[in-house]
Design a protein around this ligand. Structure first.
Ligand SMILES: Cc1cc2nc3c(=O)[nH]c(=O)nc-3n(C[C@H](O)[C@H](O)[C@H](O)COP(=O)(O)OP(=O)(O)OC[C@H]3O[C@@H](n4cnc5c(N)ncnc54)[C@H](O)[C@@H]3O)c2cc1C
Length: 509
């Protein structure tokens, strides 16, 4: 093992090999991968617990997921099961509960579709709704599987590491060429190649929108291949004890591997010397130095707040011309009486009453009921119902405290009224309600404007525009949802594997 931290006795020499700013899943996967390789790692987290958007909070016997609860990446086979792999790398594991249906869609004109874990069952259900499109449906989803098969047959590491690229190409040239083909493509073009029915194309838009927050035309095919196939392959699996367990377990593994994490440690500045990132400064003024700095904050936070905005590198400026911040979410964390849920209710739902409103604030409503999979997250006889919908920070700013509270109450009422269609008696069955606005997301997750992440400003060439982990500032790397391949826990885990791989190569470990 090389003596990575050995020089730390010298004045101004790095105390750590790597400092990771933030303990989202992207940051923690980077940290654990590097610690497992023997690097001396410090994670600095501004909040009280790890996880960021994959964190949790407890109220009156309920354990709520902050955000994510439809979890990919916990499969047992292939190479795309990155959460399973991340935990295994540091000798920890999690019990997970398989979800038989990814989503139950409740759509305009009474269209109801369930995405069953069983691929054929899903196809049959969709074909029964659009019988004249049966060929196109099969061809479209089958081609998404081809993308997934390419991904799932190679080790997913840093595309910025030439030796790795040469190795995977040599091992599996067909899969690599497949990925090169799909990398610049978007799903909309693929869908229109096979599907002509306008409502079905809108459905494909929604299939993309619910995780990419943009329609199919702007959604990279690589990401869609991953989502549309893995939900039937590795499946959607909920971690027992709640989504917060993923970060807790990664921290356990990090510490066992010799890494450190400090909470309530808000980084206010990335320290640079002669243009190179050499350390970080905390809110209290303390400075830590490291050979490499990783930011798990969004790129907007990293390059506009932790570094001087006026010195933003050209590449970042160009990236901001191509990508913008997506809206944030308005979240209702509800505790409800069990009888509110009709028999056979699925865990995840999407409600959209008007196709034209899909992208509007409060247009699409997302619902997760994780207690259907893990009842221990709520008191006996009650369920958690987490519902959220896109919302812009601008709509919540400059309100008096009274107006803000009243607006929260009013908007929550509108959402509950709409959900009564799926869950009759919801309002009457409410036991607990907490409303989070984009301001809440900004405050607790430390994300600029509370944004869910970057979305293309216009149609781009698939994923080609998403930056990898290295930045134009030597010594500084980014990880998480504003790096390749984007949002979602499994995606940021990919970003974490790639980031750690690139840093390990740079540090020769
Ligand atoms: C409502 C909602 C629902 C979602 N649903 C799903 C889902 O069902 N499935 C799915 O896969 N994904 C889902 N997602 C997306 C997923 O949660 C995110 O893409 C992912 O968690 C982002 O991880 P990350 O590592 O990029 O960063 P984050 O989770 O944003 O973590 C960054 C961390 O860095 C810390 N930090 C930031 N700045 C500083 C600083 N200056 N100093 C110290 N610490 C700092 C933050 O406190 C935070 O802990 C959802 C997201 C939301 C908001």
């Amino acid at each position: 093992m090389p003596d990575l931290a050995g020089a730390s006795q010298m004045t101004n020499s790095p105390e750590f090999d790597v400092i990771v700013i933030g303990s989202g899943i992207g940051g923690l996967v980077t940290a654990t991968q590097l610690a497992a390789k023997g690097a001396k790692v410090l994670v600095l987290e501004r909040y009280l617990i790890p996880g960021g958007s994959a964190g949790y909070f407890q109220r009156q016997g309920y354990r709520f997921d902050v955000g994510a609860s439809m979890i990919f990446g916990f499969g047992t086979k292939g190479t795309t099961n990155l959460l399973t792999r991340a935990l295994e790398s540091v000798n920890v594991s999690l019990e997970t509960i398989p979800d038989p249906v990814q989503i139950h869609y409740h759509l305009p004109q009474g269209l109801e579709v369930k995405v069953h874990r069983n691929y054929e069952k899903f196809l049959q259900e969709l074909i029964s709704r659009f019988p004249d499109q049966y060929r196109g449906i099969r061809k479209f989803y089958n081609e998404c599987w081809q993308v997934f098969d390419c991904l799932n047959s190679i080790e997913l590491l840093s595309l910025e590491e030439p030796k790795y690229l040469a190795r995977v190409f040599f091992q599996n040239p067909t899969a690599c060429l497949g990925l090169v083909k799909y990398l610049p493509q978007n799903v909309g073009d693929l869908a229109r190649r096979y599907i002509s029915d306008r409502t079905l194309l809108k459905f494909i838009d929604l299939e993309c929108y619910i995780w990419s927050v943009v329609p199919a035309n702007l959604t990279p095919t690589i990401n869609a291949g991953m989502v549309f196939a893995d939900r039937h392959y590795g499946g959607i699996n909920y971690p027992k004890g709640g989504v917060g367990q993923i970060a807790q377990k990664l921290v356990e593994g990090l510490q066992q591997a010799g890494g450190e994490i400090q909470y309530r440690s808000r980084v206010t500045r990335i320290v640079t010397e002669k243009g190179r990132a050499v350390g970080v400064e905390l809110a209290g003024g303390k400075i830590y130095r490291a050979k490499r700095i990783v930011s798990n904050a969004t790129r907007w936070d990293t390059f506009e707040k932790l570094l001087p905005a006026e010195e933003m590198p050209e590449g970042e400026k160009k990236w901001q011309q191509r990508y913008q911040k997506s809206p944030s979410f308005l979240s209702l964390h509800l505790g409800v009486k069990a009888e509110v849920l009709p028999v056979g209710t699925e865990c995840h739902h999407i409600l959209l009453e008007d196709w034209e409103q899909m992208e509007s604030p409060m247009g699409t409503i997302f619902v997760s009921i994780p207690t259907l999979l893990d009842p221990d997250l709520a008191p006996p006889g009650y369920h958690i119902l987490h519902t959220f919908t896109p919302s812009w920070l601008a709509d919540w700013q400059d309100l008096s405290h009274k107006d803000y509270e009243e607006k929260k109450e009013a908007v929550a009422g509108q959402i509950i009224e709409r959900l009564e269609k799926i869950f009759p008696g919801l309002d009457a069955g409410l036991d607990y309600m907490e409303v989070g606005t984009p301001k809440t997301h900004r405050r607790f997750l430390g994300r600029d404007d509370g944004s869910y992440g970057p979305i293309p400003r216009r149609k781009l060439r698939g994923l080609l525009g998403m930056p990898f982990n290295r930045t134009e500032i030597p010594g500084l790397y980014c990880v998480g949802d504003s790096t390749f391949p984007g949002q979602g826990l499994n995606a940021v885990a990919f970003s974490g594997f790639a980031c750690a791989h690139r840093i390990a190569a740079d540090l020769s470990i």
